[in-house]
Design a protein around this ligand. Structure first.
Ligand code: SF4
Length: 446
């Protein structure tokens, strides 16, 4: 028996059924380690001059939706009237004005902008214009390389899409999720298949530089036949990029509440092996149609032209001014999140206070782990990058988890590049925990 066999478990931890909990790793260290007592560190970062060469992004969370999807774990509201939405726009602009008055942010231009939610396209064309005109006055977008806007197909008219295009949006991201009306309905989605086709046609006519379609593999009642049909339809539409998530059931979802009430531990969705097989099949079909798989979740039609700047900048430590309820930002090494609920957020702004709720300044080692695991989601990352930026050889720093990845048959290091094979890439989120510090393993991502 070799030393490696003696130390390595024979296989990665068993995980078959979809049980409750967050699967997706979106940041590091886990959010449960971010604390209100660290908020002054984010405020102190704002007093410093900007770090040379660090790009600035602006994110705005728009927490309104027509209906709450049964699998949704985001902070969203389905009951706000236009006065409340108008008040939220005012609050977001006041929040941005606070940032623009700080030494670290004032005078800088946005390199990338992201409208997420929730449903940004829930806002009317007039509300969007007022919001974005105000934002541009505070932090200009004229040099922004990417402006992303998430949409729910049923909220899009030709008039609203024209307004969105006129704002300077470069990537329109359509939350399609599935093309079958029964599956959309039973999962609580607000839109129907006809609205997908109509919205996509309008968007194409307006020549958005990039149109992305989001799909979810493994929605409630999804079958293999349905999934194949979804993949066939998305390829027929030929969007610039396709994003595919495997269905997870976090604790604050309607599906989990129903599971709990019925005393069930396993969610009524496909198991992980099935979801991975479906995504593998979708990626293979997309590749046959000329797409390139660029991460665990994305395939792009033209890899020279189509980029995900927001993702790549954030995963490499960009500054991110994050506005709105529950949004996550990053200021020169300190992470922060705003108040989780609408009223505390709006009330803080009205009182002229910062709406930050919790923060964390990771150590240099935690920053290294963060960038390394997030970049592994791309399927490959260069050792040189970490040597130059952190002065650390990741082959040594992560010798043990890298050996495990190799022993389990998911990838390894070759020619200075850490690579995951397709099998590893499709389960990257659970493999990333092997790179966590011991105190962060098994922590809840909430
Ligand atoms: S549209 Fe998106 S944000 Fe809104 S409820 Fe559904 S999943 Fe949540």
């Amino acid at each position: 028996m070799t030393t490696s066999e003696a130390l390595s478990p024979a296989a990665p931890p068993i995980e078959r059924q979809t049980t409750a909990g967050n699967y997706f790793v979106s940041n590091y260290p886990p959010f449960s380690f971010w604390k209100p007592e660290f908020v002054p560190e984010a405020r102190a970062a704002l007093q410093r001059p900007p770090a040379a060469g660090t790009p600035l992004g602006v994110y705005l969370h728009i927490p309104f939706c027509r209906k709450r999807c049964h699998f949704c774990y985001f902070k969203v509201y389905t009951d706000k009237d236009s006065a409340a939405i108008g008040g939220y726009i005012d609050a977001a602009l006041q929040e941005l004005a606070l940032y623009a008055s700080q030494p670290m942010i004032g005078g800088r231009k946005a390199n990338f902008v992201y409208f997420g939610g929730g449903t940004p396209s829930y806002l009317s064309a007039d509300q969007l214009r007022r919001l974005t005109d105000g934002m541009k006055r505070l932090i200009p977008w004229d040099e922004a390389a990417e402006v992303t806007f998430e949409c729910e197909p049923g909220t899009l008219t030709s008039h609203k899409l024209k307004a969105i295009r006129d704002l300077g949006v470069t990537r329109l991201s359509l939350g399609v999720e599935n093309f079958d009306d029964h599956i959309l309905e039973i999962n609580g989605r607000a839109h129907h298949s006809k609205e997908i086709a109509r919205a996509y046609e309008y968007a194409r006519e307006l020549a958005f530089p990039q149109i992305n379609i989001d799909l979810i593999a493994g929605m409630v009642e999804e079958t293999e036949a349905n999934w194949r049909e979804c993949v066939r339809k998305v390829i027929a539409m030929s969007p610039d990029s396709v994003t595919i998530y495997q269905m997870e059931i976090p604790y604050n979802t309607t599906i989990y509440k129903e599971m709990k009430a019925a005393g069930k531990l396993v969610a009524p969705v496909a198991d992980w092996e099935t979801k991975r097989a479906w995504v593998a099949e979708a990626f293979a079909e997309l590749e046959s149609a000329g797409y390139t798989v660029g991460s665990a979740y994305t395939a792009v039609k033209n890899k020279e032209k189509t980029r995900f700047l927001y993702r790549d900048r954030l995963w490499a430590g960009a500054d991110l001014v994050s506005l709105g309820v529950a949004s996550f930002g990053h200021l020169q090494g300190t992470h922060y999140q705003n108040h989780h609920d609408f009223e505390p957020y709006v009330n803080a702004i009205k009182a002229g206070q910062w709406p930050m709720h919790r923060a964390l300044t990771p150590t240099a080692d935690e920053r290294l782990i963060r960038e390394f695991i997030l970049q592994l989601k791309l399927g490959q990352t260069r050792c040189d990058y970490f040597l130059e930026k952190f002065g650390v050889d990741v082959r040594q720093r992560f010798a043990q988890p890298l050996r495990l990845l190799g022993d389990w048959g998911f990838g390894g290091v070759e020619d200075g590049v850490v690579r995951l094979n397709r099998d590893g890439l499709l389960q990257v989120d659970r493999l990333l925990h092997e790179f966590f510090l011991p105190e962060h393993k098994n922590a809840r991502y909430a």
